[in-house]
Design a protein around this ligand. Structure first.
Ligand code: SF4
Length: 194
């Protein structure tokens, strides 16, 4: 299972993942092509006028912060890695605006590297199913890595995210139609109509 974000390479997925905070992937997919048409490479974006970037990313929300983030991200990719997105977690997290979650998305999606991205859906689903008692995303990531064989890592986040969206919704989990209901530890599921 793949992300719904559309991208051509690691650079585009990195930028789109930053833009996807607090908005839908669909929204990002409308905006990102304009951004990449205007400034195709990290070098181009690193030198782009901030106000012009703000205008392009405006509809994704938090546009000032996001414009700043993608421009400084571009500058870091150029300054630290010669314009090429690095393919290791330790290097990716040195880029401004890139945490373990974003780095793991890029590693798993683009290069099929063993990585587990823990976002709000993964966190919620893992907790409700009683898979982990941790609440810190990094601890959840390491716990999941300890539980699962390495070959499963790159696919597990997207499956959990999709399951969180389709079935185990944050506010209204559809417990009545959930295939995992009989092994779910979520305490309020019995009273939920699904
Ligand atoms: S039974 Fe309900 S709370 Fe448990 S995993 Fe399924 S949808 Fe989520």
């Amino acid at each position: 299972m793949k992300t719904a974000l559309e991208y051509r390479d690691a650079w585009q997925l990195l930028v789109s993942t930053v833009l996807s905070a607090q908005t839908t992937d669909e929204n990002v997919n409308k905006v990102a092509p304009k951004l990449f048409a205007e400034w195709p490479t990290p070098e181009d974006l690193a030198n782009a006028p901030l106000e012009a970037v703000e205008q392009v990313v405006y509809s994704t929300g938090y546009y000032r912060q996001k414009a700043k983030s993608v421009v400084s991200l571009a500058a870091d990719v150029v300054d630290k890695f010669g314009g090429e997105v690095p393919d290791s977690l330790d290097d990716l997290v040195t880029l401004r605006g890139v945490g373990r979650k974003t780095a793991s998305v890029v590693l798993a999606e683009v290069w099929d590297r063993p990585a587990i991205a823990v976002d709000t859906h993964v966190k919620r689903v893992a907790s409700r199913l009683g898979i982990t008692a941790y609440t810190d995303p990094t601890k959840i990531e390491f716990h999941l890595k300890a539980l699962l064989p390495k070959r499963e890592w790159s696919g597990v986040s997207m499956r959990m995210i999709q399951f969180g969206r389709d079935v185990c919704d944050a506010r209204k989990p559809r417990c009545g139609e959930c295939p995992l209901a009989d092994r779910c530890a979520y305490e309020t599921k019995a009273s939920d109509p699904g």
